[in-house]
Each structure stands twice: as structure tokens, then as C-alpha cells.
Design a protein around this ligand. Structure first.
Ligand code: URA
Length: 321
């Protein structure tokens, strides 16, 4: 316990000025004026991702922050670069805030600058925007670009980018949302339970993923926890899908699920209003490709009663249009 009287002159209080005022009000100020603890060495097993600490205000560390950086993705930035906003998770508020009270911040010492995100670029090659890089890419080149892509923050958490897979010439291009856990592990699209259902749906209309169908996703890297992709991730990734469409020249496109349908058709209409009819998508070369919208297999697994509607969608897609 700290002596209630006469702290050493050099002692730095561990309370901020507002807290000091409160303590003074309570007549407890002196109890808290004790030498600042020596900064402790960071424990060996410090988490890489900042975890906001649940500490009492008096124990708010003044400096907790300097090491609060998320690891920059160790990938060569050939196509795209991780925007700083995505590369570094925002440090917790308690970490960047100096220990002074909120309102006094403006007049207090300037806060330490937040750590800057580092982008590791092997020999710093020029960063080419995705839309530019894909322009003249062949399918193999496009695959290489996708595998090495760092255009958004998703690259930091992926095991594999999932380019897509299928037969050529491509009769149907099937477009899903984004890789899930299994797809991220294996680097192939629709290989989990949804994929098994998709395969049987396709074979019910005489289609095979090896022979007639190319399967791809709007987003090539798995969003953490399978969350919905963010607008900036969609914007960064969609040039790849557009180039896939231009190169594969599918006879038609079957879009699975609300997210992919809305992205591809540029609408926020519900899936219920988008399915059951044939849309047209105009490619950059001016070609029109019929687009059929259906439910995502993951949704059908949860709502098997909707399989009858999905069957109608597949029959619509199989029709001579
Ligand atoms: N869901 C998708 O949308 N795509 C996949 O590749 C797997 C699951």
C-alpha cells in the first residue's frame, strides 16, 4: 500500500487530470499520487491484434499503444495495395487516447501519432490498380494476379484466393458470393456442403462443373467469419470477375444468392423479385449475356422448401433463350 503522505517529487501520478479532480473532491487525491510504475516488458505472448483492455480508468496505460499494429500482409503488392485503412485494424480508443480527459485533449500534449500501416512490397514494384492490370490478361495471367492480389484487406486473412474452376468452352458461368472456410482451405470454389448441393442441382439439368460450367465468386478471398463483403472489397475484386466473364464468354450466367445477384446486376432489388426471369448483362465488348438468378445453395440447405423454386430457375436457365 502506498503511504498516504508526501509522495516523492519525481512521482508521476497514474491518474489523469479529470480523475485527479474527482479524487480531490473525494479527499482521496493523495492516496493515488504514487510513483508511476516502471513500464513493464511486453509479455512474450502479446497478441498481434490489439485487444481493448477492460481496465479501470486509473490504470489506463499512457503508452499502451506503440506496438498496436496488425501485421502487414507479407505479400508482394503487384496488383493493388492494401489501403492503410484496411491494413491496420484501428487501435482501440483507449490505446490511442492519452491519459488526459477528453475535453482537455485539445490543450494537452499532442497525442502520439497512430502507428502507420506498413505495406510490405518486395522490392517495391509499381502498384497497378486491379482494373488496369486485368485489361489484357489471359485467363492464366488473371489467375496469377488473383492469387497474388493485395487490393483489399481480405488478403491478410486468407489461406488461398479462390480464382474459380471449370470447363471451357463455358456454357454456364455460375457466380457465388465468396469463398467459405473449405474453399479458403482448398483454393477451389464451392467445395463445402453448398458445393455438394450445387453439383447435384447442376447434374439434375445435365451440367457438370468439369465439362460445361465454370464456377467463380464475386469475391475471391474469404471474408473473416463469412461476413458480408464490404463495398470496398467488392469494388476492389469485381474487375477480376468482369475479366473472367469477358474471357470465358459464357452462354449464360447463373447467379446464386442475393449478394452476387445485386452486385452483378447493379441493383438492390430482392432476390424474390430478381429470380424467375431472364436479365441481360452487357459485357465491355457489347455482347449481351442472359443472366438467371437463383437462391444460394447455403440458403437452400437452410430452407429446403425453396428447392422447388430453385429447380424452376435451373429449368429456366436450361431453356433455349
Ligand atoms: N459460397 C459461395 O458463395 N461461394 C463459394 O465458393 C462457397 C460458398
Amino acid at each position: 500500500m502506498t503511504a498516504p503522505h508526501s509522495p516523492p517529487a519525481s512521482a508521476a501520478p497514474r491518474v489523469n487530470p479529470l480523475q485527479r479532480l474527482w479524487l480531490r473532491e473525494l479527499g482521496m487525491e493523495r492516496l493515488w499520487l504514487r510513483p508511476a510504475p516502471q513500464p513493464q516488458a511486453a509479455p512474450a505472448a502479446m497478441p498481434q491484434v490489439p485487444v481493448p483492455k477492460q481496465e479501470s480508468p486509473a490504470a489506463t496505460p499512457q503508452v499502451a499503444v506503440s506496438k498496436q499494429e496488425s501485421p502487414a500482409p507479407a505479400m508482394p503488392a503487384r496488383v493493388g495495395a492494401v489501403p492503410a485503412r484496411d491494413a491496420a485494424a484501428p487501435p482501440p480508443a483507449s490505446a490511442v487516447r492519452p491519459a488526459g480527459p477528453g475535453p482537455g485533449l485539445r490543450n494537452g500534449p499532442p497525442p502520439k501519432p497512430a502507428p502507420k500501416a506498413e505495406v510490405v512490397t518486395d522490392a517495391a514494384p509499381a502498384v497497378i490498380p486491379v482494373a488496369e492490370a486485368v485489361k489484357n490478361a489471359t485467363l492464366d495471367e488473371l489467375r496469377e494476379q488473383v492469387v497474388a492480389c493485395t487490393a483489399c484487406g481480405l488478403c491478410g486473412g486468407r489461406r488461398h484466393a479462390v480464382f474459380g474452376h471449370g470447363g471451357q468452352p463455358t456454357r454456364w458461368l455460375v457466380v457465388g458470393e465468396a469463398p467459405g472456410e473449405q474453399e479458403d482451405r482448398q483454393g477451389q470454389p464451392f467445395v463445402g456442403r453448398s458445393g455438394q448441393l450445387l453439383d447435384s442441382m447442376l447434374s439434375a439439368v445435365g451440367m457438370s462443373r468439369e465439362r460445361d460450367v465454370f464456377i467463380a465468386n464475386v469475391i475471391k478471398c474469404r471474408p473473416p467469419g463469412n461476413r458480408n463483403p464490404k463495398p470496398e472489397e467488392i469494388a476492389a475484386c469485381s474487375p477480376y470477375l468482369m475479366r473472367q466473364i469477358a474471357l470465358l464468354k459464357p452462354e449464360r450466367i447463373l447467379v446464386l444468392g442475393r449478394f452476387a445477384a445485386q452486385t452483378l446486376l447493379g441493383t438492390d432489388s430482392t432476390i424474390g423479385s430478381l429470380r424467375g426471369r431472364v436479365h441481360q448483362m452487357k459485357t465491355e465488348e457489347g455482347r449481351e449475356i442472359p443472366v438467371i438468378v437463383s437462391y444460394h445453395p447455403a440458403y437452400l440447405l437452410r430452407s429446403p422448401a425453396e428447392k422447388a423454386r430453385a429447380w424452376q430457375d435451373l429449368k429456366l436457365a436450361s431453356r433455349q433463350l
